[in-house]
Design a binder for this molecule. Structure first.
Ligand code: NI
Length: 262
């Protein structure tokens, strides 16, 4: 593992894998073995929130972290494990086993080229268990395939909405009105990155409180408008800008540590 960090860049063009050529990626790998995968979900986010909220937020934060560190950012994996949201129109879900296979294959693809540190920036709580399972399986496969990188391969899951400073900021701004799904913090980030969404914001009644859910029909019965205890109408684009700053600062530090650790 080289401990050389590429350093900050001005624009997304320099760090978006999708805009690099293969010789550029090969050259990058001589200096840095790290890569960021934004992971989202395509699922309902309450009566006013965008279906793409979790992918929009993960990608925006990943690109910000990429610009601050110079680490390459892959295209976002916009589909996640959202089976329990399927009672609402527009949700598109991967079953856990499907998402596991997708993430496993993406990590193995990167490992084959010599990427040693895979940093997944995730925007959706429903992806967490499956992503960890995919990492475990990828380590096993890398070893069984005899990939040169196998002993050095490290994967880290970074859930931006669970980072300490982000949660603190959400508590300060919204208290218990942050809730658990279609939260004002994540909606605020979408308003900042996609201003067309601001016009959808409107006052909402008090939501059903958060609680256990057992599948898509049960979710819709308990939470008829799709929110779980949240008040997304409190979100503003200005809040979103500060959440982006807070998340990108915290996750960039986490990424730098991850790239340096043995
Ligand atoms: Ni979400």
């Amino acid at each position: 593992m080289t401990d050389m960090l590429p350093g900050p860049v001005e624009s997304n063009e320099a760090i978006r894998l999708a805009l690099r050529s293969w010789p550029e990626v090969e050259e990058y790998l001589k200096h840095c073995k790290g890569v960021i995968i934004p992971l989202g979900s395509t699922e309902q986010h309450g009566p006013t929130g965008a279906i793409g909220t979790d992918a929009l937020t993960a990608e925006a934060i990943a690109l910000d972290v990429g610009r601050r560190t110079g680490v390459l950012v892959t295209p976002a994996q916009a589909f996640g494990m959202a089976e329990h949201h399927l009672g609402f129109a527009g949700t598109m879900s991967l079953q856990p086993a499907t998402l596991l296979a997708v993430l496993h294959d993406l990590v193995l693809s990167l490992a084959r080229h010599g990427f040693e540190r895979v940093f997944v920036i995730n925007g959706h709580g429903g992806n967490i268990a499956t992503t960890k399972a995919a990492f475990a399986q990828a380590h096993g496969t890398a070893a069984s395939r005899g990939l040169a990188v196998a002993p050095k391969l490290r994967c880290r899951l970074s859930n931006w909405f669970m980072s300490g400073p982000v949660m603190q900021q959400a508590r300060d701004l919204y208290g218990s009105k942050e809730g658990h799904h279609a939260t004002p913090s994540e909606i605020a980030v979408t308003l900042q990155v996609e201003p067309s969404l601001i016009s959808k914001q409107r006052p909402l009644d008090d939501p059903a409180p958060a609680g256990p859910i057992h599948g898509p029909e049960d979710f819709r019965r308990r939470h008829p408008d799709g929110r779980m205890g949240s008040h997304p109408s409190l979100a503003t684009a200005e809040h979103g800008a500060t959440f982006l700053e807070t998340a990108a600062t915290a996750l960039s530090e986490d990424l730098r540590r991850f790239l340096k650790e043995a």
